[in-house]
Design a protein around this ligand. Structure first.
Ligand code: MN
Length: 259
């Protein structure tokens, strides 16, 4: 297609507002849940949340090539890191704890490469559940491999709970991106995790904790690189009576619109 034809094609199909829509790479997994066949898998709730915020999701499965990952990150406006498997503890210098869950090293490597490309390109990241853990490891931090085993006084963080049920409070730093996005500093969240951040990476700031001290949100200190990470599951709260979680996706969309 000649460039003039391509331009005519674009002009005929899209209004200026549609052309301004921002695209987001959404990390997915590949597993063998269905009859031994390897399939790319992503909970639809992530896609719905992005669409509700006016964003265009582009699903990215685990890939073998870091060159491909860089090409994807150059083509999109932002990155959503999603929930899933435990991060391989070798990536932060620990041996596997007996309570470590399944790991997916190809997914880890893909998402770490996505984070590094996003950092180099200064593209915004929203990170959810496994997302803050993966982000922290990608930037040099460490994880608690199993909260019940490693933090005896911890509250239940409910890895098997119903996904849309708010189960514990978080206390949010008032001058943070996450507080501004939610519009409150003490809210109940739907907590579904058995791992969490232990030592935050140097370039990350802790912005929320559960009452037991477990880290529940982080963001970058760098004003030029917008990153917001939450340990709970805002994508499961699309129909919640409280607007808090939708506010996180709106803040991400607002940041992408500025880019
Ligand atoms: Mn929690």
């Amino acid at each position: 297609m000649s460039s003039a034809v391509a331009e005519t094609f674009r002009e005929s199909r899209h209004t200026p507002a549609e052309r301004a829509q921002r695209t987001v790479a959404v990390s997915a997994t590949a597993d063998t849940r269905l009859g031994g066949v390897h399939r790319v898998r992503l909970n639809t709730a992530y896609v719905t949340s992005l669409e509700n915020a006016g964003l265009v999701p582009i699903v990215v499965p685990p890939l073998r090539s870091s060159v491909a990952v860089r090409a994807i990150m150059e083509a999109v406006d932002g990155l959503l890191l999603t929930g899933g498997e435990d991060v391989d503890p070798k990536l932060y210098g620990q041996s596997p704890h007996e309570k470590l869950g399944p790991v997916n090293r190809t997914r880890d490597d893909t998402e770490i490469a996505l984070v590094h490309a996003a950092r180099a390109l200064r593209k915004p990241i929203l990170a959810i559940c496994r997302g803050p853990q993966l982000l922290n490891v990608a930037l040099g931090g460490t994880l608690i491999q199993d909260i019940p085993a490693c933090v005896p006084d911890a509250l239940p963080h409910n890895p098997e709970a119903e996904r849309g049920v708010r189960t514990h409070e978080v206390s949010i730093e008032p001058d943070s991106r996450v507080a501004n996005a939610i519009g409150a500093t003490n809210v109940q969240v739907n907590s579904l995790h058995h791992q969490s951040v232990l030592e935050p990476a140097a370039e990350l700031r802790v912005t929320a904790r559960a009452p037991d001290g477990i880290i529940e949100a982080l963001e970058t200190r760098d004003e030029d690189w917008w990153v917001m990470a939450v340990q709970w599951h805002p994508e499961e709260m699309n129909d919640s009576p409280e607007p808090w979680d939708r506010g996180l996706f709106r803040a991400f969309a607002d940041q992408l619109a500025r880019g």
